[in-house]
Structure formats: C-alpha cells, structure tokens
Design a protein around this ligand. Structure first.
Ligand SMILES: O=C(O)CCC(=O)C(=O)O
Length: 393
C-alpha cells in the first residue's frame, strides 16, 4: 500500500441505490432538526469589522454556522474551473504518474503529493488507526455500480499553490474577519483540504472530532481546537453533505464507538443535522464537533474547499500532528510565522484581483505588508510547498 492509497477490505453489503434509499427517513429527520435550529444567514459584520455578535453567539451555542451567499457566481466559476483542472490533472490512480490524458500528473514535483484516493463509496479512515485513530467506527460502504472505476480522488491538497483562485479565496476579507472574531486578532492558519464527493462514488468520512492535541489540556475549552470553513463549489445536498451533531463541541472527547453501539450499531446517529448549502455558501464548523459524511450514493457532486484557523496560543509550542505528524517538528515562532505568511500573500493576491474590495488587515503582519506582496519570488518562497508547514493540532 503506497502513501496515498487508502484500502478497505470488507465486502460491501448494500448496493449504491439501496444505500441511497435507506438514508431517506434519516435525511428528513435531520432536515427537520436543522430547520428548527436555523443557524444560517448572510455573513454580517459590525461597523468595526467584527463578526456580528448574534452570529458569534449562535456559533458558540451550536458549534457551527452556515453563511449564505458569501462567494459570488463569478468567483465560484473561477474556483470550479481551477478545482476541475486539479481533478483533470490527478494521476489515474494512487500509484500512477500520469493523468487521464497521459500528461505528467500535477504535483509530481511537490513535497507532498496533492491527491488522496479511495475506492468508490468506501470509508478509508473509519475503524483504522489513521490520523490518530480519530475515526473509530466505520461507515457503511455500499457496493458501487458496475461501471465504477477502481479508485476515485477523495481529497486534494495545496489549493493556495495549485489554484490561483484558491489563493485569492484564502485572502477573503469577510472570512478572515470571521476568523479574527472567533480566534483573536493574532489568529493563525491550520491547513486546507478539498473534499471531493463524486456522484455515486465519493467516499465516506466516518464520524469524528478533528482535534487531537488538547483534550486533556488543563485549559481545555470549546474553542481550543479552532474551526474549519467549507466553501461549497456545488450544492451540498442532503444526500452528499457534511453532518454535525449540534452542541457536541462543548462536551469533551466523545465516545463515538459507544454512540454507534448505543444506536443499535447504526451510523445514523440521532440528533445530527445536514449542512445543506447552495454553491457560494460557506460553513463554519468547530473542530470539536462530532461530524462526518456518508458515502455519496446520491447523484450529486460535492466539492468543498476546507480551510481552518486556530488561536495562536493553541498552536505555539505544540507537536506536529495529523497530516504533518510524520515530521518531528514543534510549532515554534518561525514555523507559525512562515505558515501565517500564506494569509498575507493571499490578501495581496486577492487585492490585485479585486481592487475595489477592502483588503483585510492581518494584525500579525502589520507593517510587513510590502515584504509579502504577491510576486513570482514570493510565490516560490512562501507558497510553494506551504502545506509542509501546516499547523495541525
Ligand atoms: O466534508 C466532508 O465530507 C468531511 C469534512 C471533515 O471531516 C472535516 O472537515 O474535518
């Protein structure tokens, strides 16, 4: 098994269509609960640029919020084009070096190969020790249709390097203002990953909580592991979207295996809500939420650009974890500065593309803006292989 192959052996019990049909009642119940909770609307800022206090309160109460209509149609079109280009340039499988057109795949010269594959409709992490063993209960793995390929792209990394529009998105002033309100003026980046849930093929992400570092910290609280945005490039439907258990970010480390057992072994956990979105909506999800997504047995594509932020004090001095745990690094001042510089460069790249939009003022780089203007030299120094410096906790 190579680094970017995630194999699953157990025989799939249900057909794709039967799995899709079997989710219907659960989906209806989840949508009802989501409607009761609400927690969605435009991304409103106060006059001094803070995320509106009502939204902050709603986020902290339930652990998530859906910002509607943040990214306009033209920007979504550019992001789709770049994401589809990345998909087209993926190697044909985990061990391949060329894409479907026989060209050298994107990323062969990157420090980290930017693609992860799964077998269709599989749950590559559930029930394994991968990623700190944080996905303890495997989701159902339906049998794909007969014409399914052997492997599908599941995740793509490096959006700030491989997608010009992805770098610009990373400097979005309203998203950064929200990050600043949640994680403080000295907030720092986490990582980014593009979840690709191809229609009738996309893999499952077993129920999990993201954080691995601070569960036993004496100063543990509901925000210590930060949050993730997901920018939806296509509709996130009830059949393919991310699900969360509201309020679970406040309760410490969940016994997910026990929750599934107590639910008669079914992964259809009670009290969960689907984060249904249209293209251009952005979800904000606390990384301590119990969350996951089912095998995409539906007919709808989802591509979610996922990137997160932390409080600086949650990260500084911590050991590399999760996607960067193969390195023995400690997140010292230099590492935090180097990875945070991606934000400053992204702000400048965005400002060049959208000169009429107010640029976000990122406090840790106040006075250093001229040293981090977007240029070929800065791209090589700051953006190339930036994800080897991710700040995962
Ligand atoms: O979008 C998905 O399906 C999974 C996302 C997720 O698990 C995460 O962001 O941690």
């Amino acid at each position: 098994m190579t680094d970017n192959t995630m194999q699953v052996d157990s025989p799939p019990p249900l057909s794709r269509a039967a799995h899709n049909a079997g989710m219907a009642a659960y989906r209806t119940q989840g949508q009802r609960l989501a409607a009761e909770i609400g927690n969605r609307g435009p991304l409103r800022l106060t006059d001094d640029g803070a995320l509106h206090p009502d939204i902050q309160a709603a986020y902290w109460r339930h652990g998530y919020y859906i910002f509607e209509g943040v990214i306009d149609a033209a920007e979504i079109a550019a992001l789709r084009a770049d994401a589809q280009n990345m998909l087209a340039r993926a190697p044909t499988g985990p061990d391949a070096k060329v894409d479907a057109q026989g060209r050298p795949a994107l990323g062969l010269d990157y420090a980290r190969m930017p693609y992860r594959f799964t077998r269709p409709l599989a749950d590559p992490w559930g029930g394994t020790q991968l990623l700190g063993g944080r996905h303890p209960a495997q989701m159902a793995q339906p049998r794909p249709d007969a014409d399914a390929p052997e492997h599908v792209v599941f995740l793509m990394y490096s959006m700030c390097q491989s997608m010009p529009s992805g770098l610009r998105l990373y400097g979005h002033p309203k998203l950064l203002a929200a990050a600043q309100s949640i994680d403080g003026t000295d907030f720092v980046p986490f990582n980014d990953a593009i979840f690709v849930k191809q229609p009738g093929l996309g893999g499952a992400v077993a129920w999990h909580q993201d954080g691995v570092t601070h569960w036993q910290s004496p100063n543990w609280d509901e925000g210590i592991h930060g949050f993730n945005f997901q920018v939806q490039l296509y509709p996130a439907t009830v059949g393919n979207c991310l699900w969360v258990i509201p309020g679970s970010h406040k309760l410490g480390k969940a016994d997910i295996k026990g929750m599934v057992s107590a639910n008669g072994g079914s992964e259809q956990l009670p009290g969960a809500v689907p984060l249904v979105c249209v293209a251009g909506d952005v979800t904000m999800v606390n990384r301590q939420m119990v969350h996951g997504s089912f095998a995409n047995s539906s007919e709808d594509l989802r591509i979610s650009l996922t990137f997160g932020f932390h409080r600086r004090k949650s990260v500084l001095g911590q050991k590399a974890a999760l996607s960067v745990e193969d390195s023995p690094a400690i997140y010292d001042e230099q590492r935090v500065f180097d990875r945070s510089a991606v934000i400053q460069v992204a702000i400048d790249a965005r400002h060049r593309a959208f000169p009429n939009e107010p640029a976000f003022a990122y406090r840790p780089f106040a006075g250093l803006e001229d040293e981090f203007r977007f240029s070929p030299e800065i791209f090589d120094r700051v953006i190339r292989d930036y994800n080897t410096k991710d700040l995962a906790i």
